[in-house]
Design a protein around this ligand. Structure first.
Ligand code: MSP
Length: 504
């Protein structure tokens, strides 16, 4: 069976997840579920980036030991991911022993091959970015991302020879144009490398919080160097567990546009320096804003994903984010748009369609629908499935969802045209009624299979109502096919998404 190893950024745990960090996990979950439904043996990794100074500071503010604090935050994060139905297979914390061993081994491998040397770093450091900054990175002396003045530091450090990898990185981008997506990010990074890469300090003085540098116990590993290695340590690299080579390289790293540079420049250079295979692709998604503003605690523009999921449900939230934002570009969340999409896509369109079909099936046919494939719907469903698959393979998640909703729209129109409620009054139209109900139900069943990665709980419920069966992971090759060889057993239920007008 083909396999697929997918990762997200590991989050800093100095505050609870907000809708922007949740967006990343939701979209990665859509991809992971799509891969599973396409029959690939999928490993989906998420985790926590704990060795940040911000994390230690937050713990100190609360009067907690950082380890204890990180343990509490793990519960906070896991509760959010569970509410949003994020189906990760593994969750790595950078304070875990397996990660410690992975970092130690990679650092030693790079050093043995001459990639690390000792020197002095003097320059800016932005703690919020956890990054060394050059004058050219600052705007009016401030970090443009965090709008604060970075610290000026002078330290005796260990350096990674990043500057030696510029040409190899440019060659990688040329040879594998899909290595960084979307293309705009590749162009940005190409310019960055062409401007010249500087060697990177990979240690910070101090001990107690961080992974000790294996060849210098007065220093800890620079937090980004530490964090990037999580993707490798989660395969078992550095532990005695066999088989990590079967799990590495990753097929896809999903990260935000602000940190694509770390993943598409520093990370592949680290792997090249250690002589290890490179990940197949890095995707830099855009940022979610709140009503036009950057999501920021100080501006009061942070949306709590739990609140958004409680408002209309986790699946409507997932659906909103996938439908509303072209994957790779920035997008916006507003309560008004969220409600408008809920009414349009879910209450009035998909939900209403499922209610109409299942109640007519119940009323006119006791729920039993004999098979048929005589109308235009099988063709439309087939086209939707192939558009959907092409879009998913290229990570155009929004287009994939649109293909599924286009099918839903076509079935709605089909019902309006065929008017099964009128056919039901005419005994001589009984065949036409069977045909109409079965084919509409079968097409919506296929739309639900396609929507499963986006709205897993709801799609499963729709499949149950249309077939009477419970499917845990619908398979595209078997389940997204218009079938005319078995009856459907439809069951009625309460409205999936009551109209908001009725609720207020
Ligand atoms: N710890 C680092 C990542 C290390 S990966 C080896 C980090 N953490 S973070 O908590 O600041 O961000 C986690 C992810 O959320 C990043 O991919 C970041 O780009 C993303 N986002 C943060 N704010 C976001 C939005 N407003 N919108 C979308 N994604 C956002 O960076």
């Amino acid at each position: 069976m083909a396999s697929f190893y997918l990762t997200t950024a590991i989050d800093y745990v100095n505050s609870a997840p907000h809708l922007g960090t949740a967006y990343e996990k939701i979209t990665a979950d859509v991809i992971a579920r799509y891969q599973r439904s396409a029959g690939r043996d999928t490993r989906f990794l998420m985790g926590a980036d704990e060795h940040s100074l911000n994390v230690r500071r937050r713990a100190a503010e609360l009067g907690l030991d950082p380890r204890e604090y990180c343990g509490e935050m793990e519960d906070t994060f896991r509760a959010v991911w569970s509410k949003l139905d994020i189906s990760f297979d593994d969750y790595i914390r950078t304070t875990e022993r397996r990660h410690h061993r992975g970092v130690t081994r990679l650092l030693e491998a790079i050093r043995e091959r001459g990639g690390i040397y000792e020197g002095t770093y003097e320059g800016w450091y932005c703690v919020s970015c956890e990054a060394f900054k050059q004058d050219r990175d600052l705007v009016e002396g401030e970090c443009p991302l965090h709008r604060n003045k970075p610290d000026w530091i002078r330290e005796r450090n260990h350096f990674f020879r990043l500057s030696a990898f510029g040409d190899r990185l440019l060659e990688l981008y040329r040879e594998r144009p899909g290595f960084i997506r979307p293309a705009t990010r590749r162009n940005e990074l190409t310019r960055l490398i062409e401007a010249g890469l500087l060697d990177l300090s990979v240690s910070r003085p101090g001990s107690g919080w961080g992974i000790p540098v294996p060849f210098d116990d007065s220093s800890v590993v620079y937090v980004w160097f530490d964090a990037l290695i999580n993707y490798l340590s989660a395969t078992g690299y550095g532990t005695d567990e066999p088989g990590w080579e079967d799990r590495w390289p990753a097929d896809l790293h999903i990260v935000g546009k602000d940190i694509t540079r770390f993943h598409a420049v520093i990370w592949p250079a680290m792997l090249m320096a250690a002589g290890l295979p490179l990940p197949r692709q890095v995707f830099g998604h855009g940022f979610v804003h709140f009503e036009g503003e950057r999501m920021s605690k100080s501006l009061g523009t942070v949306v709590n994903p739990l609140e958004a999921a409680d408002h209309l449900g986790p699946d409507p939230l997932r659906c909103y984010l996938v439908r509303e934002i072209a994957y790779g570009q920035d997008g916006d969340f507003s309560w008004k748009r969220f409600e408008a999409r809920y009414d349009a896509d879910l209450a009035n369109s998909l939900g209403n369609l499922v209610s109409r079909i299942t109640s007519m099936a119940d009323r006119y046919r006791n729920g039993r629908l004999p098979p048929s494939a005589r109308t235009g719907l099988p063709g439309l469903a087939g086209a939707a499935v192939s558009d959907y698959r092409a879009a998913m393979e290229e990570l155009r998640l929004h287009d994939a969802a649109t293909a599924a909703f286009r099918l839903v729209g076509a079935v709605n129109e089909f019902l309006t045209e065929r008017a099964p409620w009128t056919l039901a009054k005419d005994p001589s139209a009984s065949g036409a009624l069977d045909e109409t109900l079965y084919e509409a139900a079968e097409a919506v069943r296929i739309a639900a299979v396609l929507l499963w990665p986006v709205m897993p709980g709801s799609a499963r419920e729709i499949l149950r109502r249309l077939t009477g069966e419970d499917v845990e992971v619908p398979r595209l090759d078997e389940d997204a096919v218009f079938r005319a060889d078995r009856p459907l057993t439809a069951v009625k239920g309460a409205p999936l998404w009551p109209r908001l007008a009725g609720r207020r």
